[in-house]
Design a protein around this ligand. Structure first.
Ligand code: FCB
Length: 468
């Protein structure tokens, strides 16, 4: 299986999960949450050190190079780059750090793919205004984005506004796995709109400011195709609404500039539709992404809810669908996620057929496994054949999608070096490179050698891959 010429083999990470808090002047919501409720995090491990990327990036980048990583997706932390959120004044130490980092990446031959927002709302903006519930925060985000474009426009060719907006809704406003753990369906609806608006505003600013010819701006969405548990009409109806809510709510505004009309109708008749002005809708209509990043880990199987949505209950999106665990599924038991590579083919075809075959790439895919020292040999190398198999099987499906004409131009593994996974901290390891978090010693796993061969040959290595 030979991938197309110029196919990008990369890895993804984020600022809050890798940098550590060194020299930061503001807390983001995770810093704040850890400072106030450390017991919420696996083994009490917080975001203060993470993988020490702030100090160790020259060494880390060299290791990534050995793993064949030619592009690295990372994120700027709003709470590091900006001194005064209201005016957008830059914090010089933060600005210097990212400039040095991007320059070192260039010198190392690793292309930066930069995300502006990866779950890391500044804590002050959450507390003062309610974070993404507030349109004032949307305008502050635009100021931050403008500064980032001005500072790094000449260094960056691939920008992204948001990582996984759906997870922001789920974590902060619906299912309580990110601070401030609010449960409020109608607020989640407004947040969904505000994030789409913030993304469009950043895209508009990019078009005004950017002078780097050929630079593009996109968005990273976690797509979880919704599959009905059965052919029964009620299950199919649940899947239809789940697809609209989880995927199309972000895909359609980003790519076509409109919201799915049947979802809008449903929210309207439930009296929970967002507040939006005509000018805001025009802005969304006029500012689309150039490329789409797709994070894919697991499918979303759904069945009809236990009780009718007409029952008296507080409005939540999942009054319309219930998650369904398919008996006999293959599961990553450490994460509780079904492993279903074929969804990547379905995503490829859906982008081709429903979304104008926009240029896209897999911006995250990978497998988190706990207690990986189980698989370590006497020399300290982790033999992570399960990770190789996981990526292999997903790439087989992706390849089929590309052969069928889908416009996919890259695959980024999550992640390069084991990093801090929010509440789960360092429980599940995702890296091609191991991080001993007690010593911060970093060593290649077997999958790094596999990925290196893949990236250099642009051909999927055989399943019985042997270490060189
Ligand atoms: C995704 C996030 C990423 C990482 C992986 C495991 O949802 O984008 O930050 O935590 O999950």
């Amino acid at each position: 299986m030979k991938f197309p010429e110029g196919f990008v083999w990369g890895a993804a990470s984020s600022g809050p999960q890798s940098e550590g808090n060194f020299n930061k002047i503001h807390q983001n919501v995770f810093d704040y949450w850890y400072a106030t409720e450390p017991g919420e995090f696996f083994q009490g491990v917080g975001p203060d050190l993470t993988s020490n990327f702030y100090n160790d990036y020259p060494n880390d980048l060299q290791l990534m190079k050995k793993a064949g990583i030619k592009a690295l997706r990372l994120s700027i932390q709003w709470s590091r780059l900006i001194q005064d959120f209201e005016t957008g004044t830059v914090n010089q130490a933060g600005a210097d750090f990212y400039r040095r980092l991007f320059a070192t990446m260039k010198a190392t031959g690793i292309e930066p793919y930069v995300t502006l927002f990866h779950f890391d709302m500044p804590a002050d903006l959450q507390h003062q205004y309610g974070g993404w519930q507030s349109k004032h925060v949307v305008s502050l985000f635009e100021k931050y984005a403008k500064e980032a474009f001005k500072l790094y426009g000449n260094q960056i060719n691939h920008w992204f506004t948001f990582n996984e907006p759906k997870v922001i809704l789920d974590g902060q406003y619906l299912y309580q796995f990110h601070y401030p753990k609010i449960v409020d369906g109608p607020s989640a609806v407004q947040v969904a709109f505000n994030i789409n608006l913030a993304s469009a505003k950043a895209i508009a600013a990019f078009h005004q400011i950017n002078t780097n010819v050929g630079a593009t701006i996109g968005m990273i969405l976690n797509l979880t195709p919704a599959y009905a548990a059965s052919e029964k009409p009620c299950d199919k109806e649940a899947a239809r609404i789940a697809e609209l809510w989880t995927n199309d709510l972000f895909l359609q505004p980003a790519i076509r500039g409109t919201f799915p009309s049947s979802l809008v109708d449903l929210l309207k008749s439930d009296h929970v539709l967002w507040n939006a002005t005509g000018a805001e809708l025009d802005l969304i209509a006029n500012n689309q992404i150039d490329e789409l990043g797709v994070n894919y880990y697991h499918p979303f199987r759904v069945e009809a809810p236990d009780v009718s949505p007409k029952s008296l209950q507080d409005w939540m999106p999942d009054i319309y669908f219930k998650e369904y665990q398919m008996p006999g599924r293959i599961e990553n038991v450490d994460r509780g996620w079904e492993i279903y590579p074929k969804a990547l083919y379905d995503i490829a075809i859906s982008i081709k057929e429903r979304f104008g075959n926009i240029p896209w790439f897999v911006s995250e895919n990978g497998m988190g496994v706990s207690r990986e020292d189980r698989f370590m040999d006497d020399y300290g190398m982790v033999h992570d054949d399960y990770r190789i198999d996981f990526m292999h099987d997903h790439l087989v499906e992706l390849f089929r999608g590309i052969k069928a004409g889908s416009n996919c131009h890259g695959y980024f593994a999550w992640t390069a070096i084991d990093n801090w996974s929010w509440k789960n901290a360092y429980r599940n390891r995702y890296g091609l490179i191991r991080n001993n978090i007690h010593t911060q010693e970093k060593t290649l796993k077997k999958s790094a050698y596999w990925f290196n061969q893949l990236s250099h040959q642009n051909i999927l290595p055989p399943t019985n891959f042997k270490l060189p």
